[in-house]
Design a protein around this ligand. Structure first.
Ligand code: UDP
Ligand code: MG
Length: 313
């Protein structure tokens, strides 16, 4: 019998977890031709999440848990879950029921019977999310699509069921700076998309702030595209051309037309613009160097403090 591993990253989800467990168990027990396991990854929660998971684990033998020594982020939690999953198929789900468990049946059918390597949920809308966040997310996905030429469309999240072969391909990529949406797209494989409408989280609050979304967006761009580095060359050439024109203009204006030129203002403006642009591109360069720096340290992606399974982190 095939086995489905359900991976659930949890950060401060004490309120959602009992509901999540009830709903997801109902659906999984209904899939008669597959066994299942639930892997809860407690990502350094500050509330009673780990107590709730332990309590659920005493009642349900399908549950395994891995509790991190601190908050390492959802990317690390997903990687830990995939690394410890035993199933023939792995599915990643949020603990807040924003990923409808009812889709699991369709997903299993697609990977087990229809021959797909992956079946992924695609969110059709962002109902219930703030307007600013909505706008920024749309813009980000437009930019990243252009920069990377990879399929990382808005709405295509981490909610997906993958074959063992695809999971192993993802686990092969042990990079420290992880951007799972990019990795899914990078490994390829045939994916079936199932569309669904956004649902508001069942309890608790989103962990994303505008600041964390911005750094996540930068992570995506700098991990999967080196095009921003080329921008500095293009800007540099452009500025050089402008400076030639300007030099020519100043020469003609003062030598032949004898006009008085407000040199001080022009130079101040020029210095401001040029140093601003230079600093911007130095910081882009710095982003890539810092990523390389972190990769070279070869630090673990996560550290497990406790688990009900024998494991190495
Ligand atoms: N999460 C996590 N570590 C974090 C932040 C979030 O494991 O540092 C989990 C969280 O518990 C949830 C999932 O990732 O199960 C998605 O988080 P959230 O609902 O806050 O994101 P949103 O749905 O608002 O994008
Ligand atoms: Mg959520």
């Amino acid at each position: 019998m095939k086995k489905i591993s359900v991976i659930v990253p949890c950060y401060n989800e004490e309120e959602s977890l009992p509901l999540f467990h009830k709903e997801v168990t109902k659906v999984l027990q209904d899939i008669s031709d597959a066994d299942y396991e639930l892997l809860f990854i407690n990502d350094g929660s500050k509330d009673r999440t780990i107590d709730i998971i332990k309590f659920l684990a005493t009642k349900d033998p399908h549950i395994s848990y891995f509790s991190f020594s601190r908050n390492f982020g959802k990317e690390a939690a997903m990687y830990a879950g995939l690394s410890h999953a035993e199933g023939d198929y792995c599915v990643i789900m949020d603990a807040d029921l924003q990923h409808p468990p009812t889709l699991l049946k369709k997903m299993f059918y697609a990977v087990d019977k229809e021959g797909y390597d992956c079946c992924a949920g695609k969110r059709l809308d962002r109902t219930g999310e703030g307007k600013i966040r909505n706008f920024l997310s749309h813009s980000f996905y437009r930019v990243i699509q252009r920069l990377t030429h990879m399929d990382m469309s808005d709405g295509a999240g981490d909610f997906r069921m993958m074959s063992r072969q695809m999971v192993n391909a993802i686990l092969e990529m042990k990079e420290y700076n992880r951007y799972m949406k990019g990795l899914f797209s990078f490994v390829g494989f045939e994916t079936k998309w199932i569309e669904f409408h956004n649902i508001e989280r069942v309890a608790g609050e989103t962990k994303w702030t505008l600041k964390s979304l911005f750094s996540y967006a930068c992570e995506g761009i700098f991990s999967f595209s080196t095009k921003p580095l080329m921008l500095s060359g293009m800007f540099g050439t452009f500025l050089l051309l402008i400076s030639f024109v300007l030099a020519g203009y100043i020469g003609i204006d003062t030598l032949f037309l004898h006009h008085k030129f407000n040199g001080l203002l022009a130079i101040t403006l020029l210095i401001l613009v040029l140093s601003g642009i230079q600093m911007l591109f130095v910081s882009i360069l710095g982003q890539y160097i810092s990523k390389d720096y972190m990769e070279n340290k070869n630090r673990p992606i996560y550290i497990i403090k406790e688990s009900n399974k024998p494991c190495v982190s």
